[in-house]
Design a binder for this molecule. Structure first.
Ligand SMILES: C[S@@+](CC[C@H](N)C(=O)[O-])C[C@H]1O[C@@H](n2cnc3c(N)ncnc32)[C@H](O)[C@@H]1O
Length: 269
């Protein structure tokens, strides 16, 4: 792929997803675009670019392959410790309705971890109180959303999970001869999956949300995009609610609307 073609793809991907691919990512772009060329049977980059101008479906398939979806259960556990503590406090103060948003949920490990953490946090009072808990989990990629909705993970992915948690919240299933773990229906029912692009102008969520997790996605965006997104998120967080970012992400220019509580955790001002 020559430089000019590389930048054409960079521009398309940036415009539609906010993902800002920098010089040095030529091989990555080439490999990911190649997947779509194979799938469509188009052999020429420019012909493909003309094709996606007319075919919106294919444009979103390109965006889908451009995403990086790395995730795992209990990723960055300090954030989940924080959530557990906050939710216990809120419940002790009488709160029964909780709303969460996993804003780049990838293959589901993040929202399912959240569901497990909430279930564990409220274990002692779970059956006594009538909790109304909902987690909205969204991503731009149809491929990961499909996997997330299935809620089934190969044994390999579960090796590091605490055995007690694993036995309590998953059941063992056989998927074409492969041993997998499926999240229990009780936790699955807490989550609603939707396709959502963080670049959209309106965040059509029925706020207010207690905690928004927007983790390890803004590392792919540039500063103006990050700033726009965290400001839009601010609008749907309840007062004194929290925004949780990834460990490698910090807010630098939003001190007027968020207060840092601990690394990667921000309270809405
Ligand atoms: C590296 S994963 C992070 C998953 C999870 N939040 C975690 O921390 O483990 C980043 C996810 O962000 C999604 N993503 C990228 N751009 C997006 C956008 N504009 N809107 C919504 N999701 C996006 C990708 O599809 C991918 O699944």
């Amino acid at each position: 792929m020559d430089n000019k073609t590389f930048y054409k793809f960079v521009e398309i991907i940036y415009k539609h997803s906010g993902i800002a691919l920098k010089p040095g990512k030529e091989a990555l772009v080439q490999a990911r675009v190649a997947k779509r060329l194979r799938a469509t049977g188009i052999s020429d980059y420019n012909e493909y670019i003309e094709f996606i101008k007319k075919d919106e479906d294919e444009l979103w398939k390109l965006i889908d392959v451009a995403t990086t979806n790395v995730t795992h259960f209990f990723r960055e556990p300090k954030s989940f410790d924080f959530i557990q503590k906050a939710v216990r406090e809120w419940a002790e103060n009488g709160q029964r309705k909780f709303r969460f948003w996993s804003a780049a949920s990838s293959t589901g490990e993040e929202p399912y971890t959240l569901a497990i953490v909430l279930r564990e946090a409220l274990r002692d009072v779970w059956h006594k109180m009538n909790f109304d808990i909902k987690i909205l989990a969204t991503d731009i990629s149809d491929t990961v959303l499909k996997q997330a909705m299935k809620g089934e993970y190969p044994e390999e992915k579960m090796k590091k999970m605490d055995k007690k948690i694993l036995n309590q919240h998953f059941c063992c299933v056989n998927n074409n001869g492969m041993k997998c773990y499926k999240i229990n229906q009780e936790l699955k029912n807490m989550i609603v999956y939707r396709k959502f692009n963080l670049m959209e102008d309106n965040y059509p969520l029925k706020g207010p949300i207690d905690i928004v997790l927007c983790r390890n996605v803004m590392i792919y965006f540039d500063n103006p995009t990050r700033s726009q997104i965290v400001r839009k998120i601010h609008g749907i967080i309840r007062s004194d609610g929290f925004l949780i970012l990834g460990n490698a992400e910090t807010l630098t220019t939003e001190g007027d609307i968020y207060k840092s509580v601990q690394p990667s955790v921000y309270r809405k001002k």
